[in-house]
Design a protein around this ligand. Structure first.
Ligand SMILES: [Ca+2]
Ligand SMILES: [Ca+2]
Length: 276
């Protein structure tokens, strides 16, 4: 547990903006669409993560800030097993050092509020009211959590015009996780099992997911980086150093129906990396 940078940032931001001060949970450019079993993996390689610690920092007792990472989404139309891979890259837009990011993945069923509703953020009244007062934010990497938005007014930005959509909490139900490396990087919270090799690559396999909408959080898994990485870039949304990551998802058929086509060696490799 650390002195809360979140609270300090919130106070500063409130002084600057006088209103909702945080970046918001959105999926723009991060929607994998509806996954179709047996088709090639879908890859998004353009995204950067804010900080190298956002996943790990959200595993501890004071939770984390949902903005220290990225949310992706996908949809399933029937029971499906899904493989999710995160691999660091050398995105030219990233401001942080290359070869440093160790990614963590958390999978949730449920979506944040999306248009035409307002997107959720850690600083909304509902978010603050829904969590203990001592946390760094609303996000939890290893359990369910909630994020609230602000009301949508009939005329944008004008509360006097009346409320079109009331503010509400969106609930994220924890499904599972996968994390690069070991406790040497993701920290000492009990029960976390890494892939054992801190090489910037991690794969998670999530079996028999029911139909529905899913959110995937990808963030950095270097817990102690929060001690040295600071919000030095001025703009709140990109205040921290950013790190490039390539994220891929694929709907994987049940092994019994697909083993001949895929090859036993490839399947073996995949299930060796399987995370619960
Ligand atoms: Ca924390
Ligand atoms: Ca790895």
């Amino acid at each position: 547990m650390k002195v809360s940078r979140f609270v300090l940032t919130a106070a500063l931001a409130a002084l600057i903006n006088g209103s909702s001060a945080f970046a918001h949970l959105t999926y723009g450019g991060r929607d994998f669409g509806t996954l179709v079993e047996g088709t090639a993996a879908t890859t998004i390689a353009t995204q950067t993560l804010s900080s190298s610690f956002g996943w790990a920092d959200a595993t501890d007792s004071d939770w984390g800030d949902s903005h220290r990472g990225r949310f992706f989404r996908f949809t399933l139309t029937g029971t499906t097993s899904v493989s999710i891979t995160a691999q660091r890259n050398t995105n030219a837009a990233a401001t942080g050092a290359t070869g440093v990011l160790l990614p963590g993945i958390s999978l949730f069923s449920g979506l944040g509020t999306v248009a035409p509703e307002q997107p959720g953020h850690d600083g909304s009244d509902l978010s603050i009211a829904s969590r203990p007062g001592t946390t760094e934010g609303s996000f939890r990497a290893l359990s369910g959590w909630s994020l609230g938005n602000d009301p949508t007014y009939n005329t944008a930005g004008d509360p006097l015009s009346g409320i079109l959509y009331p503010a509400r909490l969106a609930n994220f139900t924890f499904v599972g996780y996968a994390v690069d490396g070991t406790s040497a990087n993701f920290g000492s919270e009990p029960g976390i099992v890494g892939d054992g090799v801190a090489d910037g690559y991690v794969n998670g396999y999530f079996a028999d997911l029911p139909a529905g909408n899913y959110s995937v959080f990808v963030g950095g898994a270097n817990y102690d980086a929060q001690l040295t990485e600071t919000a030095t870039h001025g703009s709140l949304s990109n205040a921290y150093d950013t790190y490039g990551v390539t994220v891929s998802v694929a709907a994987i058929p049940e092994p019994g129906t697909y083993a001949l086509g895929m090859g036993a060696a490839a399947l073996g490799a995949m299930f060796m990396r399987r995370r619960k």
